[in-house]
Design a protein around this ligand. Structure first.
Ligand code: FPP
Length: 240
């Protein structure tokens, strides 16, 4: 691994791609143009993550709360998702990327649900970058569905309450076979988690670059990875 990252790459990087709207406004464009430019950034970051050997990359593309935006903006985002999952799948598959959707797929329009399900199926046995795209995702909804699944096991007598562990909970989340998030990046200077991977970010290092997502460059990404390599992670312990 490159010295550039302090010989310590995060296993799991999660990104809140914030600032598309502000970028569009600053360029006197419609918000949809900001999201489209955001997809270009996302392409480069996915390629780079795969090339440098990141194990898992999770991107927040559409939250359960994003349905509250105008029909035009929701429509533009849904079109971009459809376009992305149909046009990029060959290249991602060639790069051995394994795609997974985190979120409630049942709530997506038919065409988008079919496209993402196809992408997951086509790449499920790939062994390279685990690319997780959070769509119609909310961490509280994820936890609620985990609690219901665990309660159902208890009701059937398959699990005793005293045998429920932190691993039982982690195992019932969308991210059940992924490592915890090591590095969370949120662009645009906002410092919030916005209902993203609340359980999985328990010990995540966080960075909040002020650059808007459409302008987030590979150099910005490398800077975040290098800073991670210099952090001293203690997981609640103490170094003597
Ligand atoms: C936040 O910016 C960004 C989003 C709500 C959507 C992110 C989606 C993409 C980058 C494209 C779609 C994804 C795929 C996988 C094709 P904002 O609009 O909240 O920005 P603002 O805070 O400046 O208004």
């Amino acid at each position: 691994m490159s010295e550039e990252f302090g010989n310590k790459l995060p296993r799991h990087v999660a990104i809140i791609m914030d600032g598309n709207g502000r970028w569009a406004k600053a360029h006197a464009l419609q918000v949809a143009a900001g999201h489209r430019k955001g997809v270009e950034t996302l392409r480069g970051i996915i390629r780079e993550s795969s090339d440098i050997g990141i194990e898992a990359l999770t991107l927040y593309a559409f939250s359960t709360e994003n349905w509250k935006r105008s029909p035009a903006e929701v429509g533009a985002l849904m079109n971009l998702l459809l376009e992305y999952f149909t046009s990029e799948i060959d290249e991602l598959n060639e790069k051995n990327v394994c795609i997974r959707i985190l979120g409630d797929k049942a709530g997506l329009p038919d065409a988008q649900r079919e496209a993402v399900t196809q992408a997951e199926k086509r790449t499920e046995s790939n062994t390279g970058l685990k690319l997780n795209i959070a769509i119609n995702y909310g961490a509280r909804a994820e936890m609620l569905s985990a609690v219901r699944a665990i309660a159902a096991q208890v009701e059937k007598g398959e699990l005793r309450p005293q045998d429920i562990t932190e691993e039982t909970i982690a195992g019932a989340l969308y991210t059940h076979d992924l490592p915890d998030v090591d590095l969370l990046i949120r662009t645009s200077g906002e410092m919030r988690l916005s209902n993203f991977l609340l359980y999985q970010c328990a010990y995540a290092e966080m960075t909040f670059p002020t650059v808007l997502w459409p302008d987030f460059s590979l150099a910005d990404y490398h800077a975040a990875l290098s800073a991670f390599g210099r952090r001293d992670r203690r997981f609640g312990g103490r170094k003597e």
